[in-house]
Unconditional design. Structure first.
Length: 128
């Protein structure tokens, strides 16, 4: 069974600061091909905006795969932002939604689970 985790901007910032659980997930993904780690580009953008150079760091991790923003996804992100979700959280939410490629969707791995309290999505709280 495959597991897909989506890293939001807060998680990427924590990874850049050496968050232990996140580092372990990145190492585990190197060993376990059934673990897929995703980094939505708007999350990378938000994290890099807050900490210059983080985008290059994330881009250099072979187990953390970027997720581009397609037009239909951009519209869905825009709708969520209008409803009050932060930009990075909105792209993480859209990335985690069920799709033809991932019928069961994905789980958002985050250090800021409060960002998802108003939306229906699976969240892995990395603070616990």
């Amino acid at each position: 069974m495959n597991t897909t985790l989506v890293f939001d901007d807060h998680t990427l910032l924590a990874l850049g600061r050496g968050h232990r659980k996140l580092s372990q997930l990145v190492v585990l993904a190197m060993r376990d091909p059934s673990l897929e780690l995703l980094a939505p580009v708007l999350c990378v953008l938000e994290a890099d905006r807050q900490r210059e150079g983080l985008g290059e760091h994330v881009g250099g991790l072979e187990t953390l795969h970027p997720v581009d923003l397609r037009f239909s996804s951009a519209l869905a992100v825009s709708d969520l932002v209008r409803k009050g979700l932060p930009l990075g959280a909105a792209h993480a939410h859209v990335t985690a939604a069920p799709s033809p490629y991932r019928p069961d969707g994905a789980t958002i791995a985050t250090v800021a689970p409060e960002n998802y309290a108003r939306v229906e999505v699976r969240v892995l709280d990395l603070n616990a």
